[in-house]
Design a protein around this ligand. Structure first.
Ligand code: 809
Length: 483
């Protein structure tokens, strides 16, 4: 969606930054500083010279406040996203000819003094600033602020959340760590937003995740609402199936999400540049997504907890199952199923869900909210089951993932497999009966006599029993049938 090619300005920024990152040392800062102060690009020889002076980067100091020189707060077009790593030249050939004059230090008459000054400040820049180029703000909420960023080193785009660090020892502190622990425990799955790194700096917690280029499902629903549209049944089933696969993975890992809702589902559009995957390359369920053009992923693991030793932090009350409100945590995975059922109802065009009140209870009695479209009966039943008042009656994520309603082709394949197995069984039975009959009419074999040495006895007797067609099967030999 917004992952077009990298534009020149961004390339320049990245490459420029790369020099900086590769050598967080005085020489390079001097080169950068020169360019900033004097609007003069360090020529190639300058850059090479500073590279030659490379020293290992100093560890970032944690208690820093940003120095304007390194703040990249310009609002940039969302089209500047990248997907594949940009190849960097160590010589930084694309160092901008006209460096950004907005970040010019104030007093730069002497080329020396200000350099020292900026150097000190630069070394105090946060890891976030040093390692990432902030492209744009993509979300603000109680959870913190999320930015689309490019990592200078690999040129890839990430979603980075910066939130205020909770006070040490507070209950919020352990909750803040939930998210990181959850990602660490969960590992990778195509339908769970991938986590890359997390750290604390100043008074912020930072988490670096996979960037999903299609925005959130909530954003897509809002777009639909604006145009009086809603997702149609095939798309709804696709979303439900993909998120069920993600939930199945989370639940099988002994965890529950507890905040499933449209704004925590993220969309990845396949890029044109992504190499197509031939169907024969897809060997199992986990790989099917390789052929999909749109991938839905579960994100925001801030409420994730363990099924067996839950520390429950209630999610959004609009999607909250009744039993969770009543602190009944015996069937936690089914609370995710409940929330997913309502998520699909919202994607189908249900009016905004109530946070409390009579309608809230009406839905918890097993009634789907009104939908502006007619869904198939089987799909309606499935959705209704997902919000069943009794959590035990709701389907598990695994059951959804193999549901014939969501995967009709799986039903066809299963049916054909079943028929094939039946035919194989019939053939095996016939072969056994045939062998028994052949043995019965071949007294020599029956008594362990191999017959005339070197003369195959089988085909003769086989012919007598099953006729000419028998030659087609290697099993149709008398006595010693091949397996
Ligand atoms: O793409 C995202 N990955 C995230 O983890 C994430 C993402 C987004 C997006 C998609 C942009 O096309 C929009 N918002 C508001 C996001 C938030 C997150 C996110 C949520 C992060 Cl980075 C951490 C925790 C919760």
């Amino acid at each position: 969606m917004d992952d077009g090619g990298i534009n020149k300005e961004l390339k320049q920024k990245l490459n420029f930054s790369y020099c900086e990152e590769e050598g967080e040392h005085e020489g390079q800062e001097e080169a950068r500083e020169n360019s900033e102060a004097q609007s003069q690009t360090p020529d190639k020889s300058q850059v090479q010279e500073t590279e030659a002076k490379c020293t290992p980067p100093r560890p970032s100091l944690s208690s820093t406040h940003e120095v304007s020189t390194f703040q990249e707060t310009d609002t940039m077009s969302p089209n500047q996203g990248l997907r594949t790593p940009v190849s960097h030249s160590r010589k930084c050939p694309e160092t901008p000819a006209q460096p950004d004059s907005r970040s010019k230090p104030l007093h730069c008459e002497s080329p020396f003094t200000p350099k020292r000054c900026v150097l000190r400040e630069t070394n105090m820049a946060s890891r976030y600033e040093k390692e990432f180029l902030e492209v744009e703000k993509i979300g603000v909420g109680e959870f913190g602020t999320v930015y689309k960023c490019i990592k200078r080193l690999d040129g890839c785009v990430y979603a980075i959340k910066r939130s205020m660090k909770p006070f040490a020892g507070s209950s919020n502190e352990s909750l803040a760590l939930h998210e990181v622990y959850a990602h660490a425990v969960l590992g990778h799955h195509p339908h769970v937003v991938r986590y890359y790194s997390a750290w604390a700096e100043d008074d912020h917690m930072i988490i670096q995740n996979e960037y999903c280029n299609g925005g959130s499902l909530q954003a897509a629903i809002s777009e639909n609402t604006k145009s009086g549209d809603h997702f149609q049944e095939p798309k709804l089933k696709d979303i439900l199936l993909q998120i069920s696969l993600g939930l199945k993975y989370i639940h099988n890992s002994g965890m529950v999400h507890l905040d499933i809702k449209p704004s925590n589902i993220f969309i990845c559009h396949k890029m044109q540049s992504d190499s197509p995957v031939a169907p024969e390359e897809i060997e199992n369920e986990a790989d099917w997504f390789l052929s999909a053009n749109v991938i839905y992923k579960i994100g925001d693991l801030g409420h994730v907890t363990s099924i067996n030793e839950p520390k429950v932090e209630e999610g959004d009350s609009r999607f909250l199952a009744n039993e969770i409100l009543h602190e009944d945590y015996r069937h936690l995975p089914k609370a995710d199923i409940f929330a997913l059922g309502l998520t699909i109802a919202v994607a189908a065009g249900a009016e905004s869900l109530p946070s409390n009140g009579a309608m809230w209870h009406h839905i918890r009695e097993g009634n789907l909210p009104d939908l502006p479209q007619e869904l198939s009966e089987e799909f309606c039943i499935l959705l209704k089951n997902m919000i069943h008042p009794d959590p035990r009656e709701r389907p598990s994520a695994a059951a959804l993932a193999r549901s014939r309603v969501l995967r009709p082709s799986l039903g066809k394949a299963e049916e054909l497999q079943h028929q094939l197995n039946l035919e194989k069984f019939k053939t095996a039975t016939l072969e056994r009966e045939l062998r028994e009959a052949q043995q019965a009419c071949s007294p020599q074999e029956e008594h362990g006599d191999p017959g005339v040495s070197g003369t195959p006895t089988g085909p003769r007797s086989t012919k007598r029993l099953v006729g000419g067609k028998s030659a087609k099967s290697s099993s149709f030999t008398c006595g010693k049938s091949s397996p």
